[in-house]
Design a protein around this ligand. Structure first.
Ligand SMILES: [Zn+2]
Ligand SMILES: [Zn+2]
Length: 284
């Protein structure tokens, strides 16, 4: 039942939230955009079609199907110990979210992984479609990691579905170029990553890029010391993107796909920090 309806449930939430956020961006944008949607949206939406097709091809049943398999075989924590269903669901959603946070830190720390993940950061604007812009290899790798977590955790399949729908919706929400009253943003930040919180993560400055790794729950950043409240230049004046890939041509789909293989990994990953400082010194 869950498995046959899973793609439709996810597609429904996805298109609904996407339309809602796109409407909000039109009515109350947070920042004026210098680069038009006509240049960015076809590539960012193209990549999500590509990612979805590739995922279905490589992992036909996805994480929900894998959770059902894990239950059948008795794999993982929650299939080994008897706990109330609600506890298994809540616990699984929390642990899956922590795993995605840690994976995001990993993608920023390891230079080879950063080459894949930086494509997400190289978007020169920040709006709802940025939340869909991930390199296919990163998508495959993170699904592999998610399946490993599911095998170890043995979460109820419905928890995995809730988590996937939630993560998809919050990723669209927290990349929105949407304005809201500062008080509302402050209040929402206690339960969900807001656009202002995640925009800090898209700053060109490495110490701001390496902050606010959460996509969904904001607690991991606060608990683990990676939280940064605001960008130093302010939300309107801050520069988005990374130091590489800053021409309009770099926003085309073909360039997005070849980005991991072009240029040095320099600048952002932890053991390349000094190199970046040298580059900056030479440039100034
Ligand atoms: Zn990132
Ligand atoms: Zn992002």
């Amino acid at each position: 039942m869950l498995l046959t309806h899973e793609p439709l449930i996810r597609l429904g939430f996805f298109t609904g939230v996407l339309a809602l956020m796109a409407g909000w961006e039109l009515l109350a944008p947070r920042r004026p955009q210098a680069i038009g949607r006509d240049l960015r949206w076809p590539s960012n939406l193209g990549i999500v079609v590509l990612d979805t097709l590739l995922l279905r091809l490589v992992f036909p049943t996805a994480a929900v199907g894998f959770a059902l398999l894990a239950a059948e075989r008795g794999w993982g924590l929650f299939n080994a110990v008897a706990v109330p269903e609600w506890l298994a669901v809540v616990g699984s959603v929390l642990i899956l979210d922590l795993a995605i946070y840690l994976q995001h830190v990993l993608f920023h720390a390891v230079p080879a992984f950063w080459r894949l993940h930086r494509m997400h950061h190289a978007d020169l604007e920040f709006d709802v479609t940025t939340g869909l812009r991930f390199h296919p290899f990163e998508i495959l790798l993170s699904m592999g990691i998610k399946l490993a977590v599911v095998a170890l955790l043995g979460p109820p399949a419905v928890a995995v579905l809730i988590f996937e729908v939630l993560l998809n919706a919050t990723s669209l929400f927290n990349h929105g170029n949407v304005g809201m009253p500062a008080g509302l943003d402050r209040a929402l930040r206690w339960i969900v990553v807001t656009p202002d919180m995640h925009r800090v993560h898209h700053s060109i400055l490495p110490h701001e890029t390496n902050s606010n790794f959460g996509f969904n729950l904001p607690w991991w950043d606060r608990l683990l010391g990676t939280y940064r409240a605001q960008p130093s230049a302010g939300h309107e004046a801050m520069t988005l993107g990374i130091e590489q890939f800053r021409t309009p041509r770099d926003l085309w789909l073909d360039r997005l796909l070849t980005q991991p293989f072009r240029g040095p990994a320099s600048g952002y990953p932890i053991n390349r920090r000094e190199e970046n400082a040298d580059d900056l010194r030479r440039a100034s």
